[in-house]
Design a binder for this molecule. Structure first.
Ligand SMILES: Cc1cc2nc3c(=O)[nH]c(=O)nc-3n(C[C@H](O)[C@H](O)[C@H](O)COP(=O)(O)OP(=O)(O)OC[C@H]3O[C@@H](n4cnc5c(N)ncnc54)[C@H](O)[C@@H]3O)c2cc1C
Length: 461
């Protein structure tokens, strides 16, 4: 990259409508920063694209010049795969436009949009598609890995709602992938990550949601954690698809609805959303208040788009993060005990362990209906080591790793590809599960030279 002649860079500049950002440019430092502050990569060039033709030029430029290539959507990936050292980054952060067809219940959105961009466009029509629980996450990376959140028990994984996509392949060709056009590519991008090309547009099916939804938080002291979690397990097993409840163990942030004496102490937070008529949801959530004596609650009607942003302040850009994840088909008591034990030795006020109940509609398609294979996962469990001071790196990483090890005997064999860190190469096959071989064949067809390898990589089969 360092040897790349100025003439070639000038040629790329001339072919883009967007910007080319070099290390000498004032914008460079900001442009190379991504969500996880542990990632400190220095690309040789950032191509900030503003449309599909820019992406084609940048892909061709990378391939023709033999450059390492990374693709940035929302920049949220915990492993830091939106950035690379020395090579070129195709940065889609300016490509966020969305177009909704409310009659057909479809949205088309560009590959650099965040969940907040998607929600803003679709909620203007009282519609939504299932995505994740933190609105600054990129639509692209989330969708390409599978995608789940508050609406998934009712409407499935994000990939189950994908109708079509526009993809720039490694050869620089623009193709449409859908059930009838390049169906092998359409299958592969629904769970196979960014291995097959740069997705410039996604088209999703939409569903009526809100705009106001019944949602909120019910907080229990950590002393009740085991019995609360046991009741949570029984409750979620019988809950209707409309009701999603996640359990989070952490030290209580200073939330105004919690008494001061609880702040900084261990708590179990039940966070929920009811994706249906709030009047029908009210009696259904009542038992959640009776798992013990809550320390506080914040429950009511609020706009769906606002609820999607509720956790943003706890998950803001710029902190240091080390995560581990397991899929679970059930939660055994021993796992609850381990989680309570580890929250007791939490290394920082930002760290947490969560149980995301997915199940419902995410489990009904067959495991080979799309590349996302984990149709047996009833829960995804994450340990989030999260802290601010680099001096705490070793301590916080060790805590997350130790808990991941202690919880591994309770996990199923699968893991969600979007929660893998960069040092988990040994789990990549588990992340693609039974679909790995078919993915490797699609990789050989669409990216035989592995141009797109800054990801949880599938080798051309
Ligand atoms: C705080 C937080 C909360 C999260 N919550 C959820 C959740 O609720 N549900 C859930 O399912 N996941 C969740 N995730 C995981 C999330 O899905 C992944 O981090 C995902 O990779 C983020 O996508 P991105 O576009 O922001 O990432 P990026 O870092 O930009 O990219 C991730 C990967 O996708 C590739 N890529 C990005 N854009 C494109 C594109 N347009 N075309 C082709 N390849 C592309 C990149 O090259 C990279 O390999 C969360 C992550 C974080 C950090």
């Amino acid at each position: 990259m360092r040897e790349l002649q100025a003439a070639k860079i000038k040629e790329l500049r001339g072919s883009l409508r967007g910007e080319v950002i070099l290390p000498s440019d004032a914008a460079y430092e900001g442009a190379r920063k991504i969500w996880n502050a542990m990632i400190d990569k220095h690309p040789g060039l950032i191509a900030r694209c503003v449309g599909t033709s820019d992406v084609v030029s940048a892909v061709n430029f990378a391939r023709e010049n033999g450059l390492v290539l990374a693709v940035r959507g929302g920049g949220h990936n915990i492993a830091g795969y939106a950035m690379c050292d020395d090579g070129i980054v195709i940065d889609l952060s300016q490509m966020k436009a969305a177009k909704v067809d409310p009659d057909a219940r479809r949205v088309t959105i560009e590959g650099g949009a965040t969940l907040a961009d998607l929600d803003a466009a679709t909620q203007a029509h009282g519609l939504a598609t299932p995505t994740g629980i933190n609105s600054t996450t990129g639509v692209a990376g989330l969708t390409l890995g599978g995608g789940f959140g508050w609406l998934s028990r009712k409407y499935g994984m994000t990939v189950d709602n994908l109708e079509s996509a526009e993809v720039v392949t490694a050869a620089g060709q623009v193709v449409r992938a859908s059930a009838s056009e390049h169906p092998d590519l359409f299958w592969a991008i629904r769970g196979g990550g960014g291995n097959f090309g740069v997705v410039t547009h996604f088209e999703f099916r939409l569903h009526p949601v809100g705009p106001d939804v019944l949602c909120g938080l019910i907080v229990y002291p950590i002393s009740d954690a085991k019995t609360v979690l046991q009741q949570y397990r029984e409750f979620t097993a019988k809950a209707p698809d409309e009701l999603s409840v996640w359990a989070v163990l952490r030290l209580a942030p200073p939330l105004p609805f919690l008494p001061q004496e609880v702040h900084g102490k261990g708590v179990t937070v039940l966070a929920f959303l009811y994706a249906g008529d709030p009047k029908q949801g009210e009696p259904l959530i009542e038992p959640l208040r009776k798992f013990g004596t809550p320390a506080g609650e914040h429950v009511g009607l609020q706009p769906y788009a606002a609820w999607q942003q509720t956790f943003d302040p706890l998950l803001a850009f710029g902190a240091r993060n080390y995560w581990k994840s397991h899929n679970l088909t059930t939660i055994e008591d021993g796992l609850f005990e381990a989680a309570v034990d580890y929250i007791g030795k939490s290394p920082s006020p930002l760290s947490e362990i969560f149980f995301g109940a997915i199940g419902g509609a995410t489990t009904r398609p067959s495991p080979d209906s799309a590349a996302y294979a984990h149709r047996d996962a009833q829960f995804v469990m994450n340990v989030h080591g999260r802290w601010e001071d680099p001096a705490d790196d070793e301590r916080c990483i060790r805590w997350a790793r130790d808990f991941a090890k202690a919880s591994a005997p309770f996990a199923s064999s699968g893991v969600y590809v979007n929660f893998l860190t960069a040092d988990e190469g040994g789990r990549v096959r588990a992340a693609y599960g039974q679909n790995y071989q078919r993915l490797a064949e699609a990789k050989r067809k669409y990216d035989p030279d592995n141009l797109f390898h800054i990801n949880q990589n599938i080798k051309p089969g």
